[in-house]
Write a protein that binds this ligand. Sequence first.
Ligand code: PEP
Ligand code: MG
Length: 560
Amino acid sequence: MNEIQGIGIGQGVAAGPVIRMAEPLPEPVDRPSHLDAAREEERAKASLAVVADELQRRGARAGGAAKDVLEAQAMMAEDPTLITDVVARLAEGKTAERAVYEAFASFRELLAGMGGYLGERAADLDDVSQRVVAHLLKVPAPGVPDPGHPFVLVARDLAPADTAVLDLEQVLALVTIDGGPTSHTAILAREQSIVAVVGAADAASLADGDQVLVDAEHDVVVVAPDEARLAEARERIAARKLAAEAPVTPGALADGTAVPLLANLGSVAGAAEALRLGAEGVGLFRTEFLFLDAERAPSITEQQEQYTKLLTEFAGKKVVVRVLDAGADKPLAFLNDAEEENPALGLRGIRALRHSETILREQLTALAAADAATEAELWVMAPMIATVEETRYFTALATELGIRTAGVMVEVPAAALLADRVLGACAFASIGTNDLTQYTMAADRLLGTVAQLQSPWHPAVLRLIEEVGAAGARTGTPVGICGEAAADPLLAVVLVGLGATSLSMSPSALADVRASLARYGLDDARAIARAALAAEGAADAKQAAVTAAASATAAREGAP
Ligand code: PEP
Ligand code: MG
């Protein structure tokens, strides 16, 4: 048995044979074609048509959001401007493979230069280009394989188009060589409850047919697992199934301490599922996700309509809405126009909104109007707050425009370090552990190369959370958690031990977290948190928490 380290997403475990995703094709050589241009044109057009057709068919089969992604890709393969460009390159004597490659690459440059949503579509173009070149070369298309039996997919990373069409009946687990815990693959895996280990560099050595056990809870991929290991995994799978079927009660510790469990949402569409899974409200509504494609700021009426729908779904419950968090990984065309060398450190979040205050005023106005027309309990918070002065600015403006409960996100270390003063100037705080980890560890959350530094288990991150929790207790201010950390069942216990008063997560994580909290009392949670805080690094902290949790459980069960 050999173990490959990575970063587990969620708590799942699954075993099966490896199938590797085909590596991207090499760049076609730029050499003169031995065929005439008319023949090459026929070849290129035929392959473009076949790929367009295939993408359409896959889209129709997949349905939902995947259908849109795949249909958009099919349209790329049929785009007349692109085809004209391919033909022009063929007239220069190039091969069909090279002409297709170059035409798509030049279009890609154009899109990538536009940044934001269109920039992200650039990766989809690469995927189409590779499919066409593979068809021309008569080699297997890159992308998700279809071996006809369940398998563990091992890939460098997945393109958005691949993740959108994963057949969850067949893909038992995902292992990626690149990609960090907040990469597209990780977020999708968490949303769809796919067992995944990302950033597992040594998985590059795995071959088709190797038997592996993917253990997300323990951040490893076990190669050729023995029977004992497999039996233990089967037990865990059965226990998780039981937890998922358990009645959806409100979140609470074993001693009855209430820990409301809330949902992270990016659109109203996820509301019904979140409620079904027992969300007691919304802890983070990412409003910027509603307007990623918008060229200009949405009107008050347009926004009010969306917010009213959301608040209506959650009538009688708490809903925490975050004002637009634009910039870095999610730029909005109407808020981020500056060219910045380091956008994660630039005019983003509250800074961008303050720079365009009319947009912020309009959003707060729309939220207040939706609140007045509905029965939910609306709380509104600002992202990327770094100073007490920014806190005062935001809460004053929100109050002026009719927001009853205004708070801030704590995701910049400066705000955590001065938490007593920041919390003294607002009604609540919510800790964004994704960015708090990124800024504490100086590790870009989008980069696989620094994925090992992006763990919220790091005691430096935990210590900052402790500062905020303690300030919350002193000032009587609620402190929620809304980063991915809250979705990790054991870390969730640690966070409560550090003073978090509510936890918000992808709805798919609610059952595991609910079951985990119910195993410990508040004293246990505090002891587990102390053990993690005393560690040297992220892995030690997690291990220390596992050990402390086991002794708490043993004490509870009256074992020696
Ligand atoms: C965070 O940073 O933890 C957070 C919840 O916000 P986002 O992931 O949207 O930046
Ligand atoms: Mg954030």
